[in-house]
Design a protein around this ligand. Sequence first.
Ligand SMILES: [Mg+2]
Length: 126
Amino acid sequence: MSEKNTILICDDEPDIVNLTERFLQLDSFKTLTCSNGKECLKGLEEKHEEIVLILLDLMMPGLSGFEVLRNIRSKEDYKDIRVVLFTVKSFKEDIEKGKDLGADGYITKPFSGNELRDYIKKVLNR
Ligand SMILES: [Mg+2]
C-alpha cells in the first residue's frame, strides 16, 4: 500500500499553485496539482489512496470548489481525506457553507508559507 503523504492542490491561479507546492515540498509532502474541479475529481479517482489532504479553491471556472467538495463528501472512498478551502476573503457565508458541506477548514488568500504549513499540520493532527 502506498504511503498517504500527498497533498492535492487545486486552484485556477498558477501562481498560487506553484507557491503552495514549493511551501509544501519544503515540509516533505508530496504534491499533485490541478487547475479545475474536473481535474481534481479525476486526480482523486486515480490517486485517492495516496492523498491525505486537498487544498481546494472555491472560485474556479467550471465546477466551483463547493461542487467539488459536495462530490468528494458523497464518496465513501474519500471519507478520510481532509479538505481545506482556499477563500479569497473571509466571507462568512462561504466559510459556513464549506463547513456544512464537510470541509475541514479554510485558508484565506493571501497567506504566508508558514501560515499554510502550520495550518495544514493542525488539520492533519486532529
Ligand atoms: Mg480561483
